[in-house]
Design a binder for this molecule. Structure first.
Ligand SMILES: NC(=O)c1ccc[n+]([C@@H]2O[C@H](COP(=O)([O-])OP(=O)(O)OC[C@H]3O[C@@H](n4cnc5c(N)ncnc54)[C@H](O)[C@@H]3O)[C@@H](O)[C@H]2O)c1
Length: 329
């Protein structure tokens, strides 16, 4: 429990990660202002918080300046899955770059501490494993993923320039694959794809031979990392990797989802999408030493919670459009 309630702005607060963060901040006694343009976020994600006097939701696009009074800012606004960030790539870059400039400008005016949700995508298709924060990445600047990857890289640059030039208190987290309840059911990401396909008894789409690995972090673990980073001494600026270093192949994940859902779905194979990294795994040495943080939720347990969420969603909403299941993870 915080001693003094802080006023905290969460951009992208109605999204998957943002809604969990809003919940945790409220639970520790903070006042939360959730700002979102509802591009990929959903009002449903925060509907249960609206009755709380310490919670406020505001429709706003962070590519436009925002004038509010807060003590801390978590900048999460940005579509995170390829299908969504490639839908309007120019807007994606604007959200990352102009959005960062607007939020950093706000933090500067308010002398507020500001957190940036950066991403493992800034490492691109990495040629070192696992990726530590010193690795500078291998990003294709003109590929279809660049609007996101380069946007996020530029946002990091802006954060560190504001830190050096204006002595802003910054925190930059490089987030690796995270999953859990409130993931978007049609986001084309591997965990949500597999679960929705398995629950519907539809064929599970495996891209490539399935040997590409991912390291999946459960959302509650990740949010704990956010809070620890924000609470760390000001010299702990990051960038700091937050993710689960335990690697699982995509084929293994498919088998696990099939067994946990009891589904009889078959597995169909498709070619690997362009620039899809074959391996991605965080080195979380810094998070462990500086924040005492490491993920604690086993994949099987996290998947059970996620499956329960999607099961309920499918029952409530009926069929989720099949077309969305055809997109790449
Ligand atoms: N989930 C992951 O595995 C993961 C991995 C790496 C990085 N991240 C980063 O974490 C953040 C949150 O990701 P998420 O998984 O919750 O995605 P999400 O799509 O569920 O949430 C993003 C939220 O931002 C909102 N948004 C988008 N553009 C906006 C704009 N211009 N103005 C205001 N709101 C806007 C969306 O409506 C949505 O609610 C993103 O910045 C993402 O890049 C997520």
């Amino acid at each position: 429990m915080s001693v003094v309630a802080k006023r905290i702005l969460v951009t992208g607060g109605a999204g998957f990660l943002g809604s969990h963060l809003c919940e945790r901040l409220l639970a520790q006694g903070d006042d939360v202002l959730c700002v979102d343009n509802y591009f990929t976020g959903r009002k449903d994600n925060v509907a249960h918080l609206l009755g709380d006097l310490h919670f406020e939701a505001m429709r706003h696009d962070i590519t436009h300046p925002l004038f509010v009074e807060v003590d801390e800012i978590y900048n999460l606004a940005c579509p995170a899955s390829p299908i969504h960030y490639q839908f309007d790539p120019v807007q994606t870059t604007k959200t990352s770059v102009i959005g960062a400039i607007n939020m950093l400008g706000l933090a500067k005016r308010l002398k507020a501490k500001i957190f940036q949700a950066s991403t493992s995508e800034i490492y691109g298709d990495p040629n070192v494993h696992p990726q530590s924060e010193t690795y500078r990445g291998n990003v294709n600047t003109i590929g279809p993923r660049a609007c996101y990857d380069e946007g996020k890289r530029c946002a990091e640059t802006l954060f560190f320039d504001y830190f050096r030039q204006h002595r802003l208190r910054i925190r930059v987290a490089r987030i690796f694959n995270t999953y859990g309840p409130r993931m978007h059911p049609n986001d084309g990401r591997v965990v949500s794809n597999f679960i929705v396909q398995a629950l519907k008894g539809a064929p599970i789409t495996l891209y490539g031979d399935g040997s590409q690995t991912r390291a999946f972090c459960f959302v509650d673990d990740l949010i704990e990392g956010f809070l620890r980073l924000m609470a760390a001494p000001d010299e702990v600026t990051g960038p700091i990797n937050l993710g689960n270093p335990h690697e699982t192949s995509v084929a293994e994940l498919a088998e696990l989802v099939l067994s946990l859902t009891g589904s009889r779905s078959s597995i169909t194979r498709r070619p690997l999408p362009i620039d899809d990294p074959v391996q991605r795994c965080p080195d979380i040495g810094q998070a462990s030493t500086m924040l005492g943080w490491h993920p604690t939720t086993p994949l099987q347990e996290g998947l059970k919670h996620t499956i329960a969420y999607f099961d309920k969603l499918l029952t409530e909403r009926g069929a989720i459009e099949d077309s969305a299941l055809l997109v790449t993870p």
